[in-house]
Design a protein around this ligand. Structure first.
Ligand code: GMT
Length: 375
């Protein structure tokens, strides 16, 4: 199949999933065209089946807001015609499903049929898309998609609850390539981050409010009182400065390492002992799955789709949002002795295996086929 993929090219989960999916589909023989405003951060262009087309938005002083949707839908039309793209898969409803629908209609006027699959990722439904300024457009473009998928049951339910949707939503969970996860780190990499005898606790996110970054710091504050440890904070975002201030105020500034955005997530996770994800809402929690695939148990909130990924008492523990005390107690119960930690590491990896790419990618292929069969 010749497939156009539209996504955010950033470090965010939806862009990561779209990129990994595109690369996996290319390996399975499909021709993939990424159409977005930058080359996606995880994209390896070392395959003949992968193409990248940049969307440029010319600046014009009359425009207070530059019209990205317009540029994207025009680019989609041009790329579909130039490369005979047979299907469009858009990740994140805003504005991708809307721009995709416009492209579809423009092509229809020229006698070209372009099926469109929309994948909902979370904040496009639970936070941003819900805003009255966006809601009618989001509802319309979901309903006009040929097929709709969501990354968890929880997100599917949220979508039906918040929007007037008359389409079936198929749940296709996020995935990892389990064959990539081998413990090949050396002690020297670990020792750059922590002293011998210290546990390494990690958090990775976009540092938005929804991630409850102060809860990460507070939970770690209680953990390090009982278990010698370091906290590695990976990512950039609006809450980062506040987190640095809070660490200093609690007197643990030297134990909290802020690394910024990283393209070496797996390396960092491979020498981590525990992952913290206390989010307010989370449709799936891809970062938690990536941690588990690296054999890292997860201490998380029980919000949204996280319980579909992290199993309480097996791959880690879940608590109510904001219950930092319980999160810290659960973390200490895993970290306090080597035997328990090894058991949870093994179990985290076992749980991650259920989300192997080989199980999940065929589900998308099936959805793609469905869009052709209803022609
Ligand atoms: O909030 C983020 O982490 C970024 C956001 C995105 O759209 O890139 O992530 C959402 O999609 C991810 C991939 O499907 C999910 O794993 C995240 O849970 C989801 N974030 C939220 O629901 C807050």
């Amino acid at each position: 199949m010749i497939i156009g993929i539209v996504c955010y090219p950033t470090f965010g989960g939806s862009g990561v999933v779209a990129t990994e999916l595109g690369m996996a589909l290319a390996k399975r023989g499909h021709e993939i065209h990424f159409i977005t405003y930058h080359q996606p951060v995880r994209l390896a262009l070392l395959s003949g089946n992968i193409h990248f087309h940049e969307v440029n938005v010319p600046e014009y002083p009359l425009f207070h807001y530059q019209p990205y949707e317009l540029a994207l839908s025009s680019k989609l039309v041009n790329m579909v015609k130039q490369y005979n793209i047979e299907l469009l898969h858009v990740h994140y409803a805003i504005p991708h499903a809307y721009a995709g629908y416009m492209a579809k209609k423009m092509l229809e006027a020229e006698g070209i049929h372009l099926p469109m699959v929309t994948t909902l990722h979370g904040t496009d439904i639970t936070l941003v898309g819900n805003h009255p300024f966006y809601k009618p457009a989001v509802t319309f473009s979901i309903n006009q998609s040929d097929e709709v998928t969501s990354v968890s049951e929880s997100l599917k339910e949220d979508t039906y609850r918040h929007f007037d949707i008359d389409k079936e939503i198929h749940v296709i969970p996020n995935f990892i390539d389990i064959s990539k996860y081998k413990k090949d780190f050396t002690d020297c990499q670990r020792e750059m981050m922590a002293d011998r005898g210290e546990r390494i606790i990690t958090h990775i996110s976009n540092f938005r409010k929804v991630k409850r970054i102060p809860d990460v710091i507070r939970t770690f504050y209680s953990i390090q009182k009982e278990v010698p440890s370091k906290l590695i904070m990976v990512g950039e975002g609006p809450e980062k400065e506040r987190a640095e201030e809070l660490s200093d105020a609690l007197g643990i500034g030297r134990k909290v390492i802020f690394l910024g955005n990283s393209t070496e997530i797996d390396k960092i996770l491979s020498f981590s002992d525990l992952f913290l994800l206390p989010s307010e809402t989370e449709s799936f929690g891809l970062a938690a799955l990536e941690a588990m695939a690296n054999g890292v148990p997860v201490i998380s909130s029980n919000a949204g789709g996280i319980p579909e990924v992290n199993v309480h008492g097996f791959s880690g523990f879940l608590s109510d949002v904001g219950n930092c005390q319980e999160m810290a107690e659960n973390a200490i119960s895993i970290l306090k002795d080597g035997k328990t930690l090894q058991l949870f590491k093994k179990q985290a990896f076992e749980q991650a295996k259920k989300f192997d790419i080989n199980e999940i990618v065929p589900m998308y292929e099936e959805i793609y086929q469905k869009t052709f069969s209803i022609l």
